[in-house]
Design a protein around this ligand. Structure first.
Ligand code: SAH
Ligand code: AVI
Length: 299
């Protein structure tokens, strides 16, 4: 499916929806980097601190001299810790955002001139065509990006990824007080709102849409039954939007569902991993128990 096909299909649903992977054009990737530095967005700092605190046992789990494959690598903030500790034979960052991939590869090759970097611009929700492995491959999927998949999609992703790597390190945000979650996705500076609205701006830029961004409001809330943050863009009034030859009508208060961000309990995530064919999960958490890094081995 192309971007246009996904947008037309998503905006034709009774509950309008857009796939979150389209957040990440050059502007969206920059906005996400800003989100990671917001005081309310604890996820990045929690994962960084648990990685630093447990680096030697994480490195022991992964094994030195492996090839490090990273899904949704972005700017690779946490990756440099692993690269230093593991001294991998090769690093294969996989990302859908060409700009994020290029910047990170350039920065990492300056920082680690000895490292063979093989960037792969691609969509991890589909089968990936990766360069042949020359050493055992370990997959790294930090940032709780797995939470942006439904549990069914996450199950499919985990099962597929066993073909690429027997060992995986997966960063997952954990269930916690809904007020902390609410603040993380409704930051006081409005960066998350800008990130959400950029999806409509991207449709205007790339697909000839005429979304008026002032007519949509960022709306993010925790859905406790589903265990996820939902992000929506809510129409402030009834109006029509054109995208190329297509026309979509919005009622006042109607929303476009743009992202889910699932929060797992440790047993929930372990059950998911076991059902997808992994065993003996290891788990490292930060001191507050807000975020977990799981070490999984294919059964
Ligand atoms: N790993 C980084 C970035 C997380 S943001 C961190 O922990 O901070 C999510 C990243 O995944 C973005 O860089 C985005 O471009 C990428 N991404 C999102 N959906 C993707 C998909 N379907 N395929 C490949 N990359 C994707
Ligand atoms: C990339 N992903 C894990 C982020 C998250 O927390 O779900 C994306 C994000 N959406 C809003 N803020 C950050």
């Amino acid at each position: 499916m192309t971007f246009l096909e996904d947008v037309v299909a998503g905006l034709s649903l009774p509950q309008k929806a857009l796939p979150p992977k389209y957040f990440y054009d050059a502007i969206g990737s920059k906005l996400f980097e800003k989100i990671c530095r917001l005081p309310e967005y604890y996820l990045t700092r929690a994962e960084l601190s648990l990685t630093k605190a447990n680096l030697s046992s994480i490195a022991r789990f992964a094994g030195k001299g492996c090839e490090l494959l990273e899904y949704g690598s972005g700017e690779g903030l946490k990756t440099r810790l692993l690269i230093r500790a593991l001294r991998p034979k090769a690093y294969l960052p996989v990302d859908i955002s060409p700009s994020a991939l290029e910047h990170a590869a350039r920065r990492l090759s300056r920082e680690f001139p000895w490292l063979r970097i093989l960037p792969v611009c691609g969509d991890f929700s589909r089968p990936l065509d990766l360069p042949a492995a020359k050493a055992a491959r370990v997959a790294y999927f930090p940032g709780s990006t797995i939470g942006n998949l439904t549990p069914e999609e996450a199950h499919g992703f985990l099962s597929r990824s066993r073909a690429h790597a027997r060992r995986m390190l997966i960063g997952t945000d954990l269930r916690k007080d809904a007020n902390l979650l609410h603040a993380a996705y409704n930051d006081s500076r409005g960066v998350t709102a800008a990130f959400n609205l950029n999806l409509l701006a991207r449709i205007n830029r790339e697909l000839g849409g005429d979304f008026d961004l002032r007519r949509f409001a960022h709306y993010a809330f925790y859905n406790p039954l589903a265990g996820r943050i939902e992000m929506h863009l809510v129409a402030r009034d009834a109006h029509l939007v054109n995208i190329g030859h297509y026309r979509f009508s919005f009622d006042r208060g109607e929303s476009i569902h743009t992202e889910n961000s699932y929060k797992y309990s440790i047993p929930e995530f372990e059950r998911l991993a076991l059902s997808a064919g992994f065993e003996a999960p290891e788990c490292w958490t930060d001191s507050r128990g807000w975020f977990a890094l799981f070490g999984l081995v294919a059964a």
